[in-house]
Design a protein around this ligand. Structure first.
Ligand code: SF4
Ligand code: SF4
Length: 347
């Protein structure tokens, strides 16, 4: 009988796939109108009540698409708050007004995230697919700062902007963000055909190494997310913090609920662990075969399965899946585990 895992710290709920932008790298392949199989208000309310049964209750990210396009989103946020959930909102910022900021504050949302993919309009608007979205996100940051609502900047990192990451973090700080989280591109959804291999894996390795060394000078909370090898790099540089957790939290500290109720390890890994329309999310998190497989190193294949850094890294299961095997090696990591090096030297 597998032991009961620690509860997830974070649950992301894709409240809608409707969005007013058309980002080239959109994981959700967002569309302009809500999809017919989206969880309704009552189903969403039941989901929040069920999530509040985790002990302690997790942070819940209301995400999308663009969650502010969903009717009743702030009523759901207020319900989550009243249930003891710590509610977060992930938005592209384009729909914010000062009146809406007030309503967001009243709903008890603890922090928002704004997406910013470049230090200037050229890079950001190009990736977001809509001219003017850089101006819109900087205006949104100003509105949030004025309303006293804490926000972080989330950036998707591609071969095209990876060497601009320190500048993005600098801009985030200047905009008044409390944190900057960068997400290494996963080729899924509309990003499926985007180039991750252009500088891989050695280019990512040196960019991530440079970033780790720059981190103490960024003067703000900084996280490289969905770059699990960042933890291994931190270790190699003698900069690893034990409380920074495992690199990949998919199904093991983190859970994703899709617009239609499908539960996944994360939004980038399109494999179903169950559906909240049929099963209780606490049960799915504890016992689904997919999550159990992800938590057990002995299931991993290739170098991630033999790696001395697995406990703090694990490799990105979604990038491995995009290469054909979700338990296979992380394609963007050049590390050769010690056991493989030893075997090679004895051959
Ligand atoms: S599988 Fe990849 S994208 Fe998903 S949580 Fe893990 S590192 Fe992030
Ligand atoms: S081989 Fe896999 S587990 Fe090891 S550091 Fe690289 S990505 Fe992480």
């Amino acid at each position: 009988m597998p032991k009961t895992p620690a509860p997830p710290r974070l649950v992301a709920w894709e409240t809608t796939r409707a969005c007013n932008l058309a980002c080239h790298h959109c994981r959700a392949e967002a569309v302009t109108e809500p999809l017919p199989d989206e969880l309704g208000y009552e189903e969403g309310a039941r989901l929040l009540r069920q999530l509040s049964e985790f002990s302690p209750p997790p942070f819940v990210i209301l995400s999308g698409g663009e969650p502010l396009m969903r009717e009743g989103i702030l009523d759901l946020a207020a319900l989550g708050t009243s249930l003891g959930l710590r509610m977060l909102l992930s938005t592209n910022g384009t729909l914010l007004t000062s009146g809406l900021c007030q309503k967001i504050r009243d709903s008890g949302i603890k922090r928002l995230s704004l997406s910013l993919d470049g230090p200037d309009a050229t890079t950001h608007d190009d990736l977001r697919g809509v001219p003017g979205s850089f101006d819109a996100v900087t205006r949104a940051a100003a509105l949030l700062a004025e309303a006293g609502l804490p926000f972080q900047i989330n950036s998707t990192i591609t071969p095209g902007n990876i060497f601009e990451t320190s500048r993005i973090a600098g801009l985030a700080r200047d905009l008044g963000a409390v944190a900057c989280h960068v997400f290494l591109l996963v080729p899924t959804g509309r990003a499926r055909d985007m180039e991750t291999d252009g500088i891989a894996p050695d280019g990512y390795e040196s960019a991530l190494r440079e970033l780790k060394l720059a981190e103490p000078f960024l003067q703000m909370e900084f996280k490289a997310t969905c770059a699990p090898q960042y933890q291994r790099i931190a270790c190699e540089l003698g900069m690893h913090q034990p409380r920074s957790g495992k690199g990949c939290l998919g199904g093991n500290g983190f859970m994703f609920v899709g617009h239609d109720g499908m539960v996944a390890a994360c939004g980038y890994l399109p494999l179903s662990a169950g559906s909240v329309r049929e099963s209780h999310p606490v049960e799915v998190y504890a016992r689904s075969p997919l999550f159990l497989a992800l938590r057990d190193k002995s299931n991993y294949r290739g170098k991630c399965g033999s790696c001395e850094y697995w406990e703090i890294c694990g490799g990105c299961r979604a990038r491995a899946h995009a290469k054909g095997d979700y338990l296979g090696p992380e394609p963007l990591c050049p590390h050769e585990p010690a056991s493989i090096r030893r075997r090679a030297s004895h051959a």
